[in-house]
Design a protein around this ligand. Structure first.
Ligand SMILES: [Zn+2]
Length: 105
């Protein structure tokens, strides 16, 4: 049997297709969230993350848009707070109380 490679090389074409899908899913999540349907928004976030994770694609551009713990869609000032203290960005999800810290350089 062939050994399984930890990181399969993905074609640029495949990655850009996934990137587009993730963008669409996040746009849908935003729309549902704004309509007040958090459940469907969360579902879109989850789908987007699974899609990106499957091809091991980081999505830092959406880091502040969702909660890693409950996978809910986050909007600053609505259901999450973002504070920066000593060059550490502190993202707190007000849905589940999870806190995520990121050292900024
Ligand atoms: Zn949360």
């Amino acid at each position: 049997m062939q050994p399984r490679r930890a990181h399969k090389r993905r074609s640029e074409k495949e990655l850009s297709a996934v990137r587009a899908e993730v963008a669409t899913l996040f746009a849908e999540a935003k729309a549902y969230f704004e309509k007040g349907d958090k459940k469907l928004a969360t579902r879109r976030v989850r789908a987007a993350r699974r899609r990106a994770m499957k091809v091991q694609m980081p999505i830092p551009e959406y880091a502040l848009r969702y909660c890693r713990s409950c996978e809910g869609y986050l909007k600053q000032g609505v259901n999450c707070t973002i504070r920066i203290r000593n060059s550490i960005r502190i993202l707190r999800c007000l849905e589940c109380g999870a806190v995520r810290r990121k050292v900024l350089r």
